[in-house]
Design a protein around this ligand. Structure first.
Ligand code: ACO
Length: 309
């Protein structure tokens, strides 16, 4: 009966066990997971663009090999996550359609431009650092396929974070112009990185239900604070200044206080009016259109094999 299925679902969540694809779930649980995982997958795929922009201009063979590997990892994460949505009954082609028609979101952070090679380092340090903060708790998400996907993804994100920080350390040991470039990129990426965690808890419509279902394990503000606390000492070690005059240690809280985030900028980016939204979606659409013949050929090939069998 529905009641016993529902009880089973609730007991599984309560006991901190995993929900698996064949288990009965409330429709809203399914919809929430598809929404979050699809948005996450879209972010990985769109996220290939800002850094992909520097592959042809990487300053050395070593930097180019690292950057190529990283951007390929992101493609892998996206495909892995689309597979996780398929275990919930979503259709990958349909999700891509929703992305390029603007019906589904992807992370705000990927709508900012990469102006210098220091941006590659700062994205690794701050953007991938924020992603790790947000994603490590998702390894304990109540939905099994998503939780397991996050374990591997987090390992690779940690490599991405380190390559960025190492790149920046190298530039900071370089010329004054290189140090200036790192500082300037840090100034541009700091606030958008804080916005990655989503709206403040009071304005986050999905958090309460997602926490009750153990999809999310912490609120947006908790993770944002954790990220600030982790990043300030890294900035000091690097020798860059985070662009926030209100940033200071609060001994009472055992955390750093920080300044007010410009939520109007965040809302504009979500509405499609960030510096690169139109360009990112147009590029994705072009790649999708140009790949149509590959999908058709693969489908025809599969059909032939089925018929021959
Ligand atoms: N960029 C774009 N949209 C965002 C962002 C952001 N940084 N933060 C929140 N939103 C959207 C939410 O998707 C939601 O919109 P929707 O209801 O239309 O889907 C709305 O703003 C309100 O936010 P919340 O109620 O707080 O939404 P939610 O509970 O889903 O929390 C969060 C948002 C924290 C991003 C969550 O979805 C999550 O942890 N996702 C998985 C991680 C992820 O997607 N990372 C992508 C970037 S990192 C990377 O790929 C390298």
């Amino acid at each position: 009966t529905t009641e016993s299925l529902e009880t089973h679902f609730e007991r599984t969540i309560e006991a901190d066990q995993r929900i698996e694809p064949r288990d009965w779930v409330p429709e809203k649980y399914r919809a929430t997971l598809i929404r979050q995982i699809a948005q996450h997958a879209h972010s990985e795929i769109i996220g290939m663009q800002p850094e992909g922009n520097w592959i042809t201009r990487a300053p050395s063979l070593r930097r180019k090999a690292i950057l190529l590997a990283k951007v390929q990892d992101e493609a892998g994460h996206g495909l892995y996550l689309y597979s996780a949505t398929e275990t919930l009954g979503a259709d990958r082609g349909d999700l891509t359609e929703r992305l390029i028609s603007g019906k589904q979101k992807y992370s705000s952070i990927f709508n900012y431009p990469t102006l210098t090679f220091a941006d590659v380092g700062v994205i690794g340090w701050l953007v991938d650092g924020a992603a790790i903060c947000n994603q490590v708790p998702l390894c304990r998400c109540s939905y099994g396929p998503y939780a397991r996907a996050m374990i591997r993804i987090c390992k690779e994100e940690s490599f991405h974070q380190r390559q960025g920080y190492e790149l920046l350390m190298t530039m900071m040991r370089g010329t004054a112009a290189q140090r200036e470039m790192v500082q300037e990129a840090t100034n541009r990426w700091w606030w958008p990185s804080l916005m990655m965690f989503g709206p403040p808890d009071g304005d986050s419509p999905n958090t309460a239900q997602s926490m009750a279902w153990k999809i999310k394990r912490h609120t947006n503000d908790e993770l944002r604070q954790r990220f600030v606390d982790m990043t300030v000492p890294q900035a000091e070690a690097l020798g860059v200044t985070l662009p926030d005059p209100d940033l200071r240690w609060n001994a009472e809280r055992g955390s750093y206080d920080f300044g007010e985030i410009d939520w109007s900028e965040f809302k504009e980016v979500l509405r499609g009016n960030g510096p690169c939204n139109a360009q990112r979606v147009a590029h994705r659409k072009r790649a999708h259109d140009e790949g149509a013949w590959v999908r058709e050929a693969a489908a025809a090939h599969a059909r032939k094999h089925r018929e021959a069998a």
